[in-house]
Design a protein around this ligand. Structure first.
Ligand SMILES: [Mn+2]
Length: 254
């Protein structure tokens, strides 16, 4: 099958690039700030020939308290020429966009941690979750509160980025399906079918979405979601031709 022909037992290559992939932030600005400081320091220890890449694996919003501020910081990184910054789409960004399209989705979004996201944009969720008119008003207030650069950020998130032998996605890939034929739903949502498969998957898959106490650096997939919204521990993996290294930052409060 196309893409399944990576030579076994040869370490994966980034094609000479230095890449940092950051796991699910979920509104934890207090963990993202120190992590980006550490990454900035790390680059200085061995400056690469080409500009380093910073790849965010999705789920910037929801659950944690500072979704809006996290997006602001990622936008600043995208404007910073020191890095080539790529932001992937997570299922929580999909939920936010779905709410803008359809106010009746609000109650479901709240079950997945959307309340703190609204509050971070200065919008209060309705007191009654089943009040359709109230949801319409909240949707309109959120639409108005969303800055233009945030709207374009959410609207232009990518589903997959590939660098050398690595493919970066939010959740994972469906085993047996070529990477270029993967469905958006799987890239944003898949769990067990992917996590229980030993691979190979065409490339080494770098992903977040399913939190684990420890990052999972396996042969065919690297999982870096350490549940920052609950643990305060945010994880990135540094990829170079020389190997894979974890960089972690812990927020001051848990
Ligand atoms: Mn997710």
């Amino acid at each position: 099958m196309f893409g399944r022909n990576r030579t076994p037992d040869v370490p994966p290559t980034t094609g000479g690039r230095l890449v940092y992939a950051v796991g699910d932030v979920h509104g934890r600005l207090d963990a993202l700030e120190p992590l980006l400081r550490d990454i900035g320091q790390d680059v200085l220890t061995a400056p690469p020939a080409e500009r380093p890449m910073l790849i965010f694996l999705g789920d910037y919003v929801d659950r944690g308290p500072e979704s809006r501020q996290v997006v602001d910081l990622i936008l600043r990184m995208q404007a910073d020429e020191a890095f080539e910054t790529v932001a992937l789409k997570g299922n929580h960004e999909e939920a936010l966009l779905q709410f803008l399209d359809d106010p009746s989705f609000g109650a479901t979004w709240m079950e997945h941690g959307g309340g703190p996201t609204l509050v971070s944009y200065g919008v209060q969720p309705p007191a009654t979750r089943t009040d359709a008119e109230a949801w319409q008003r909240v949707r309109d207030a959120f639409d108005k509160a969303l800055p233009a650069d945030h709207r374009s950020f959410f609207g232009n998130l990518r589903l997959m980025e590939t660098v050398g032998d690595y493919a970066f996605v939010h959740a994972g890939v469906r085993p047996g399906v070529p990477l270029e034929q993967q469905a958006e739903r799987d890239l944003l949502w898949i769990r067990h079918e992917f996590l229980q498969d030993r691979g190979p998957f065409g490339k080494v898959i770098v992903h977040g979405h399913t939190p684990a106490e420890e990052p999972q650096l396996m042969k065919h997939r690297l999982g870096v979601d350490t549940g920052a919204y609950a643990t305060g521990l945010l994880t990135a993996v540094r990829l170079r031709d020389e190997g894979q290294t974890l960089i972690q930052a812990r927020a001051r409060r848990g």
